[in-house]
Design a protein around this ligand. Structure first.
Ligand code: GDG
Length: 496
């Protein structure tokens, strides 16, 4: 009898939250993101495994004490930790991943620190992940690698003679050739991506950029004539190797947010928040602390809005929540100071005894509190300078059950490719344009708001995270990739 193939998910972080208590004990809790919610049933159904870093540094590779706790937190599937030591955290994670690929792929080339020790460590850690995958994967298993920290895992697995179907999903944008070409390891990264059977991107633009880079950097690659034109899955051939490339815009668990938005505690909390700011309209920003999210530009736009439209003084309030992230990297610490300075400046110039224009929170809120905020605020102001997708925009719409809210969205967020008709799209570099967009949103007639929000919610509902997951798995598994080379035929690409 043929046994069911398993699914193996590989991501930098495990879907578990680890906390150290005051007495030094480590507590393990479940992760709460949409990816975890979507993956959990698939992993349980396919007796799957999730491989990743548990989020704390340890100098040795094995942590047997931690395993039972980790395993018990992940009900119905296996968890295999990959431990990182302090050198790896510095060079692989903070270095190559977050000081090279993250800024490069978001078009912040001035923030890239191209150090060869980062590249060495990135290769070493990707190999370490691949080894754990190798130890846990049977031949029939489908391996799904996630995101920019682990681009080389597929290629490392091929070197270990693994012939499994392997998929890769990139959660961040893929840059155009002029940007990507600056990377000293451009050939190695791109050719490693061609070791996967399926590559998934958020948008057609990302797919197009990837194909543009292939054409320039990898010789002899044959690409479907229509590949750059549409979102359907295309094929790239290199010798006897076939790589499928598709567009799969990630999403959220719509029902979870929708149902929580109806929760009576959320309703009470939203009412309380509203009563704290009577007779004002509230603008909401929620972002991880990151220079890609355009937080200073947004604050400047709000300042310009207050300058251009003084009749909104005491009538508009901006709540900006910033979730702490990557503060050990200098660029992030500098950004935090810049945000605090701008908030102080705006409140200093415009604030009065009874009106604080900007309420700034630097912390991570509990999920229900976040949903209450989504329900409270009339406008979501989401203006990243560059973003793979942006799930906050989708969460705001899912929670907007009275369909009266307005979404102001950057044209450089992946979500804009789905929401362009019904969100107010803005260029986050155009401060005055954003100020006018806030004005337009505050003045939008109810009927128009209803219509736009209904359309936005329909998109999120129809293409939720389960749709995303199924589309990717279908594209990965439906076709028999018989032309894929056997292990002994494997030969790595040579730089051109
Ligand atoms: C990457 C890509 C892509 C935020 N603050 C709080 C909180 N959050 C949660 C939100 C949302 C998530 O964090 C942020 O997701 P984003 O998509 O906006 O951004 P990234 O973290 O940069 O994610 C991005 C994503 O991957 C998926 O592929 O969309 O483009 O950069 O889910 O709810 N959650 C809670 N409290 C907070 O204070 N509970």
């Amino acid at each position: 009898m043929k046994t069911k193939s398993h699914i193996i998910i590989v991501s930098n972080r495990l879907p578990l939250i680890l906390k150290q208590t005051d007495d030094g004990k480590i507590e393990v809790g479940k992760g709460a993101g949409g990816l975890v919610t979507a993956m959990a049933p698939v992993l349980q159904n396919r007796n799957g495994t999730w491989i990743g870093w548990p989020g704390y540094v340890q100098e040795t590779d094995i942590d047997d004490n931690m395993l039972p706790a980790l395993q018990s937190a992940a009900s119905g599937y296996s968890v295999k930790p990959v431990m990182l030591n302090s050198e790896e955290l510095k060079n692989y994670y903070e270095g190559f991943s977050n000081s090279i690929i993250w800024p490069l792929f978001h078009d912040f080339t001035d923030k890239c620190i191209f150090l060869s020790e980062y590249w060495e460590s990135y290769q070493k850690v990707n190999k370490k992940f691949a080894l754990i995958v190798c130890q846990n994967a049977d031949d029939q298993d489908f391996i799904w690698v996630h995101d920019y920290q682990l681009i080389l895992v597929g290629a490392e697995l091929r070197k270990m003679h693994k012939r499994n179907r392997i998929g890769f999903f990139l959660h961040i944008p893929f840059p155009p050739i002029d940007t990507f070409a600056r990377c000293p390891w451009r050939f190695e990264l791109l050719s490693a991506m061609l070791e996967y059977n399926l590559l998934g991107f958020h948008t057609i633009q990302d797919k197009r950029n990837f194909i543009g880079c292939l054409k320039k950097i990898i010789q002899d690659v044959q690409i479907d004539a229509k590949a750059e034109l549409d979102e359907t899955v295309s094929e790239v051939r290199l010798g006897n190797r076939v790589v499928r490339i598709g567009v799969f815009p990630i999403s959220i668990d719509y029902n979870e947010f929708f149902l929580k938005a109806w929760d009576s505690n959320v309703y009470k909390r939203a009412k309380e928040m509203r009563s704290n700011a009577p007779d004002t309209k509230i603008l909401l920003g929620v972002d991880r602390l990151d220079y890609t999210k355009g937080i200073p530009e947004k604050l400047k736009a709000f300042q310009m809005f207050l300058t251009l439209f003084p009749n909104f003084h005491k009538k508009a309030h901006f709540i900006q929540l910033v979730a702490p992230s990557r503060r050990e990297i200098t660029a992030y610490a500098d950004l935090k100071l810049k945000i605090e300075q701008l908030v102080g400046e705006i409140n200093g110039i415009f604030g009065t005894d009874d009106w604080l224009p900007v309420q700034y929170m630097f912390r991570t809120l509990d999920r229900n509190e976040l949903i209450s905020l989504y329900r409270t605020c009339e406008i979501a102001f989401i203006t990243p300078l560059k973003d793979g997708m942006n799930l906050i925009a989708k969460e705001y719409c899912a929670c907007n059950i009275d369909e009266k809210g307005v979404l102001i969205l950057s044209e450089f967020a992946g979500a804009a490719q789905q929401f362009y008709q019904d969100a107010i799209l803005v260029n986050p570099h155009d401060i005055e344009g954003m100020a006018k967009a806030i004005h337009r949103a505050f003045n939008m007639p109810l009927e128009e708001r209803n219509q736009r929000m209904r359309n936005l919610r329909e998109i999120v509902k129809n293409k939720d995270v389960f749709w995303w997951l199924n589309s990717f798995l279908k594209a990965a598994i439906e076709k028999d990739l018989s032309s894929f080379p056997q292990a002994d035929e494997y030969s790595p690409f040579k730089p051109v």
